[in-house]
Design a protein around this ligand. Structure first.
Ligand SMILES: Nc1ncnc2c1ncn2[C@@H]1O[C@H](COP(=O)(O)OP(=O)(O)OP(=O)(O)O)[C@@H](O)[C@H]1O
Ligand SMILES: [Mg+2]
Length: 670
């Protein structure tokens, strides 16, 4: 469409729409926008599969492999950028390990209460058995005030670790104990736990079995049953002296590292497809991404081998596709993707794009729609047909692994059904090889009508419409002044979502734009603006780089102290002075927040549009009286919306404090 304008543009830059579910890469060649093909398709699922520590599989193939081995698949990691989340993959081959002499640990409830994340201490050559009785007891302890926090944390940790094949829950073995300890006659929980330990002591000849319990009485009973028992303290001592294997054959990665791995693959495939080196890229991010998340994407891109990376907000990318065509319009960009929902208002005036307001929900997306189909529809049908409760592993009667596999198969079917219902009034759900509570393999088949699906997702629809209403209200623009709705993202293809938006605003969404490529094409235009020699591009699109939100730090009395105001022209640098609160204060932490445009309250709560983004920890402050130190905090917001923060500490004579003792660390860099 832009032949005349962009004829002179050449170069090897790409625009990457790095999505939660799917990524799309566009470039400009022979006067046209084109997409890089990944195994023949212009979309690559943002999914990784770890076959081993060094062998990674990408995209569609990763998704397929993940159906059988979900424990090695990583998806939707974009949602976790900026958080402290880490993913663990365990590669050791269980069969090989069993022939080596290792340990089997049976863990008692009191150990979980004292050390809720005890499971993280075991490597894959150590087998860990958790008696179901212990899970029951933890459920009970969850309701007791002194143990509720530890018990619920322990249960979460157990669930998280169940994907590791060396850790499993098990029944008690009622016949195993000597007469006076009989499990049936004596309902004492200890005996059930002891029976498990006894079972493995007898049957697991390649491993030494150890019952881990802090209960002295139980250790005595164990002794009389010839079961080795150990208390936590002793176990920790052994661990410290490497007598229990430390974690070894596993891979622990962060969301940022996962992003780097995917971007490196994208760069290499783009080079192969285009046939030229690709060293520059514009990567798009949701309008709501905070500076920490943006910084992490930039860094991941640089480490993936790109020499230059620029960041663009997704709605702005959509706006670019319009800026070339439209004269004077107010456009609502409604982008409902896999993991995030963004709504933005743009003003396009003769090639100039201004972002009037943004809003959205970083935790609302197609993944939530799929979850509803899984849980509210398919789980219900499964209970009716096969009497197996998929809401709770324990109630389902399934092993953790079978439970997890059922969940995966159901989720794949739910995703497919959801997409089919965008095109048809009803769909057949047909899932083979599910496990029921009796341990039998069963199939599940039924017809799902679009009307039932739409009823179930009414809350999601309402949530997204509420965001649009708030956005319009806070922007100061009248609903009637909006000229156009542009939809992007896979979830916006759901008919009732389109219709309800149309009803609310009284305008039909624009159809001419391909929702799946529009963002990456906008990113190519931004790349041209950055790196193209062509004057026409520079003249044709002008984007007002203004801060989209307020940025500041948290101060006393739960208040927000503003450093950079929304609408400030970027780049911008602001410094503010602070001081210590007490004598001889050794450390302090500075919490960084952003605040949505339009929310003026200085009280720092989420309801007031204020959201935490990062933290700076300063330690090793020199001895001084209250108020003597000056702490200069400088915020620098780049055109990419990356926030750089510098801290300088001055003593009472205004000398800069010695950097040797002073330690300044940013939480998101940890
Ligand atoms: N026809 C359809 N009907 C309903 N949902 C769909 C359809 N096609 C795709 N989806 C859903 O859209 C989501 C993916 O959309 P998209 O590729 O736009 O997201 P993304 O860009 O990866 O995510 P985000 O923008 O949130 O980071 C998935 O949840 C997918 O199931
Ligand atoms: Mg998207």
């Amino acid at each position: 469409m832009q032949e005349a304008i962009f004829d002179e543009v050449e170069g090897t830059f790409v625009g990457i729409d790095l999505g939660t579910s799917n990524s799309v890469v566009s470039y400009f060649k022979n006067s046209n926008f084109e997409q890089v093909k990944f195994k023949g398709k212009s979309i690559i699922p943002s999914v990784l599969y770890f076959e081993s520590k060094n062998k990674i599989i990408y995209g569609d193939r990763a998704l397929k492999k993940g159906v059988v081995h979900p424990e090695f698949m990583l998806k939707e990691f974009k949602r976790d950028l900026g958080s402290s989340k880490k993913y663990t993959f365990n590669f050791s081959d269980q069969k090989n390990q069993e022939s080596t002499n290792g340990f089997t640990y049976i863990i008692d409830t009191n150990i979980f209460i004292e050390e809720p994340d005890i499971l993280d201490s075991f490597d894959s050559s150590t087998l860990v058995k958790i008696p179901l009785k212990v899970i029951d007891e933890l459920q009970f302890r969850k309701s007791q005030p002194e143990t509720d926090t530890a018990a619920s944390y322990a249960l979460e940790n157990i669930e998280k670790n169940m994907i590791n094949s060396h850790i499993e829950t098990c029944e008690s073995y009622d016949d195993l104990l000597s007469q006076d300890l009989d499990v049936d006659k004596n309902s004492n929980n200890d005996n059930k736990i002891l029976s498990v330990a006894k079972h493995f002591t007898i049957n697991m000849t390649t491993h030494a079995t150890v019952l881990l319990t802090n209960d002295a009485g139980l250790r005595l009973k164990a002794d009389s049953e010839h079961v080795t028992a150990q208390k936590l303290e002793q176990f920790k001592h052994d661990l410290a002296h490497k007598e229990v294997h430390a974690k070894s054959d596993s891979l622990v990665i962060t969301p940022k590292e996962a992003t780097r791995i995917l971007l490196k693959h994208i760069r290499e495939e783009s080079e192969k497809y285009i046939g030229e080196e690709v060293l520059k890229a514009v990567i798009t991010v949701p309008a709501n991404f905070n500076p920490t998340q943006i910084g992490q994407i930039k860094e991941a891109g640089e480490r993936a081998g790109f020499e230059e990376i620029a960041i663009q907000k997704e709605p702005v990318a959509v706006g670019y596709a319009y800026a070339l065509e439209e004269q004077d319009k107010k456009i609502l960009v409604y982008d409902f993707g896999g993991g995030t929902f963004d709504a933005s208002l743009l003003q396009v005036t003769d090639g100039t794009i201004e972002v009037l307001a943004i809003d959205g929900d970083p935790n609302l997306g197609g993944a939530d729609v799929t979850k509803i189909v899984s849980e509210q529809i398919i789980y219900e049908e499964f209970v009716d047909a096969h009497d197996t409760d998929m809401f709770d592993q324990h109630d389902s009667g399934l092993s953790m692994l079978d439970f997890f596999k059922n969940q995966q198969a159901i989720s794949v079917a739910a995703e497919q059904a959801k997409i089919e219902l965008s095109h048809y009034e009803s769909t057949e759900i047909s899932i083979a090889n599910l496990m029921n509570s009796e341990g039998e393999i069963v199939n599940l088949q039924f017809t799902l009508e679009r009307t039932r699906f739409e009823d179930e997702i009414s809350d999601i629809r309402k949530k997204s419409l509420d965001v649009v209403k708030t956005l319009i209200a806070n922007s100061g623009i009248k609903k009637e002044d909006i000229n156009e709705i542009v939809m992007a993202g896979g979830t916006s293809l759901i008919p009732s979502i389109r219709n309800s938006l149309e009803d609310t605003l009284g305008i039909a969404p624009k159809k001419s734009i391909d929702t799946s490529v529009v963002i990456s094409q906008g990113a190519v235009l931004e790349a041209m603006r950055h790196w193209s020699e062509s004057d026409t591009v520079q003249e044709k699109i002008i984007y007002n780089d203004n801060a989209l939100q307020d940025f500041g730090i948290g101060i006393k009395d739960n208040r927000f102290d503003l450093l950079i105001a929304a609408d400030s022209e970027l780049p911008i640098r602001e410094t503010r002075e602070y001081t210590t609160e007490k004598d001889n204060q050794e450390s302090l932490s500075i919490e960084i927040f952003q605040r949505k445009k339009g929310y003026l309250s200085a009280v720092k709560t989420f309801d007031n549009g204020v959201e935490y983004i990062d933290k700076i920890e300063i330690s090793g402050l020199p001895q001084s009286n209250v108020g003597d130190l000056t702490i200069n905090v400088t915020f620098e917001l780049t055109k990419d919306d990356a926030l750089q923060i510098a801290v300088e500490v001055l003593d009472r004579n205004n000398n800069i404090c010695n950097g040797n003792t002073l330690n300044v660390a940013r939480a998101s860099d940890a």
